[in-house]
Structure formats: structure tokens, C-alpha cells
Design a protein around this ligand. Sequence first.
Ligand code: FAD
Length: 429
Amino acid sequence: MRKEHQKQEHTNSYYAATANEVTNYPALEGAQKADVCVVGAGFTGVATALTLAERGFSVALVEANRVGWGASGRNGGQLINGISGLGKIAKRRGSEYDDMLWKLKWLGNDIVYDRVEKYGIQCDLKSGFLEVAAKPSHVAYFDEFVAEREKHKHAYPYEVWDRETTRANLGTDAFHGGFVCYRDGHLHPLNLCLGEARAAHDLGVRIFEQSPVTDIEHGSRPRVKTAAGHVDADAVVLAGNAYGQFEPKHLSNLVFPAGSYIIGTEPLSEELVDEINPKDVAVCDTNEVVDYCRLSADKRLLYGGACNYSGRDPASIKAYILPRMLKVYPQLKDVRVDFEWGGKIGIVLNRIPAAGRINGNVYYCQGYSGHGVNATHIMGELMADAIGGTMERFDLFADMGHFRLPGSQWIGNQIIALGMLYYKIRDRL
Ligand SMILES: Cc1cc2nc3c(=O)[nH]c(=O)nc-3n(C[C@H](O)[C@H](O)[C@H](O)COP(=O)(O)OP(=O)(O)OC[C@H]3O[C@@H](n4cnc5c(N)ncnc54)[C@H](O)[C@@H]3O)c2cc1C
């Protein structure tokens, strides 16, 4: 089905350097049986496995590399409500779905807050996400945020900041205003993923690392195969996102891997922290290709951005990202950069996560378009619902059509960007 995957250890990130645990789950060998076999141990796979285990299913979780090795262990750590593309689902379903979709938007946040508490996961979770207007016209977005919260009598605090307040709280004049949501926040994503995996393991999930899945044999009990073993299960969940190359007949040319990159500075002085982010909120701008940043627990600035579809990482991530950071924060010009890393985001042209079923018992969900900490937890719960026989919320996504861009593995950058532009224009009509 796919070429043998090269097994890898974690990338050289701030997160890997500060991980709570160096996992060493066994490789899959011989024959295993489970109710459900989940392939890929990022947030999608781990969250699904944990939900299923909490509901009494026996689960095997098979990961090519290490738990959290992909985007889930490398991302900006911004916990942001919503799922990209939800607006399109709302449009299609009509107003009777309003309340259900509003609750769905926040479900991932609820799950993360609950699990951090329930399982005692140390992942530096902090409340507060600030979206900053990159252009004067973007300030109007915040009126919509307020209106939707008022409409749904949203229980959690938020604030709209004018330009002056934004400048005072961020130590930069780069933005025209901001909207802070205190039910959103930020966290150490690798430690969240490792903690959830440990909780799943304690509930009986069998986790296999360094075990790339090479094939899936379909049938009433599909077989998930690796070089040295296999798992027979009633249902399979494919959770490889931008790193997965499963089921090409059904899933190729649907999700496009795009590189995003982060640098981590040395720990900042108290004066600098007070100047650039005294409220310790996650920050993301409103541009089409976003820049995002936050302080780590030890007060480094983790600054990320950019997005490329070429499949090639820049020769120097630091040289690529640092000028973007200094444009916003020139006062950091003498600060040392200690970490630089990147990861793959899964982009879908119409921005709705691609979820569905193959042959009735192989489930998949992929393509969160760069917005996955919350969304993966939502989709994990929806996939667990579906496997348990409750399809309603899963079908909100599975029923949405997706366009597969033929030959996109060869045509690259420009055509994918063009495809995305096409959907953007269509959305505005
Ligand atoms: C640099 C960067 C910054 C980001 N910042 C944010 C952010 O701040 N906030 C936010 O909400 N989202 C962010 N995202 C997006 C978010 O990280 C992803 O949407 C999310 O982590 C996707 O999770 P996943 O489990 O679906 O995929 P992944 O975490 O990529 O996991 C897929 C797993 O599948 C495994 N796998 C693949 N093929 C096989 C196989 N054949 N056999 C077995 N296992 C296999 C891989 O090894 C990998 O571990 C960012 C992404 C990147 C790259």
C-alpha cells in the first residue's frame, strides 16, 4: 500500500527537549486483536483511543515513530475554539443546527481542560488566546465574535482591545486591535499528547511505537499490517493526517501537506516579558498565512509562521522566521535563538476536515488546515461516537463533499494555492 516508512525519533524542538516522558512503547510484533485499531498517535489518534478506552472498547494504537512525533508534538500550542469549515456546515444544515454547532466549536477545549484535570497532565495549560488585527479592516471581525457569543449566551470571559490596549499589552505597534478569549489558551502540545497517551495506556490501550503500518486488508474484520505484525479489529481509525499516505484509492489528493515553522528564543528577562506579553496569552494574527507566538513556561518566545507546499523545509528555519519575529518585536534583536523546527499541517482545499468511512468500518479524519489542537479532540470524540453507532455529529463532516486535486503530488505549490484561492473566492460569492 505504501513505501516502508523510515522510523524516526522526535524532531529537535523545544517540546522534545522539555518532554515529561521519553516514551518507549514496544513495536508491534505478531498477532493482536482489538475492538478498534487506531493508526497514528498524534492528537487525532490518541484522543480517539482515549475516548474509546473510556467507553470500554479494547484498543490498539499503532504509531510509525513516537507518540506525538508529528504535528501534534511540534505545533504552536494554541488552543483555539472552532473547526475550520464549520461555517460551511452551518450554512448547509440551517439554523436548527445552530446550538449543536456552537457546542461543537468548544468541545475540544472542554475535553482538553477536563483531561488535564482528570489525568493530572502537566502541560503548562494557560487560559487566554489573543487574535490581533493585522489590518485596520480586520478589527470588524471582532464584532462578529462578540455577536455570536452574545447570541449563545457564552459563559466564559472575553475582551475586545483597541489599538492602544493592544500596543500596551504586546509591546508592539504592529496590530490594530485584538480580541482575547479566555476559554481558549495555550499549552505544551507534546506533553499533552504524551499525557493523554499515558492515560489511555493506563486504561488498557495497547500502544505500539516504531511500527509503521504498511497495509490494511479490508473485510468484516479489517487487518492492519506492519512489517513484523498485525492487528485484527472490528473497526480501524486512520489518523496519520499530513504524514499519512493511507488508502490512496480513496484518500490521495485530498489533504495537502504544508510546512509551518517555529523558533524558540532563550528565556526572556522579566522586563522583556512584562513588555511583550505580561498577560501571558497566546497570540495569532488575522492574516491569511498566520504568524503566531506565545511564551513557554520558562518564558522563551516561541514564534511561528509561514506556510509552504513545496515539501521542502527552508535551509535555515531561523533565517526564515527570525525576520518575521523582529518585524513585530524589534526589541528582541539581541535575544538568542535556541530552537528551530518545523512540521506538516494538513490543508484541505475547502478547509473542512476530511472525515468519512471506507467499506463501512475503516474511519478517517484528516486535514485541520493548521487549526488542530481543539479540532482533533472534537473529531476524536465524533469518531468514537460513530464507532459506537451514533453517527449524527460525525456525519456533519462525512456528508460534506471534497474535491480531490488529481496529480497534486507532482504539481505542487502554485496549483494548490490556486485551488485554495478558488474556494476562497467561491465562499465570498
Ligand atoms: C508548526 C505547526 C504549528 C501548528 N500550530 C498549531 C496551533 O498553534 N494550534 C492548533 O490548533 N493547531 C496547530 N497546528 C496544527 C495541529 O498541530 C494539527 O492539526 C494536529 O496536530 C493534527 O494532529 P493529527 O493527530 O491529526 O496528526 P499528527 O500529529 O501529524 O499525527 C499523525 C501521526 O500519524 C503517524 N503516522 C503516519 N503514517 C503512519 C503509518 N503508516 N503507520 C503508523 N503511523 C503513521 C505519524 O508518525 C504521526 O505521529 C500546527 C501544526 C504545525 C505543523
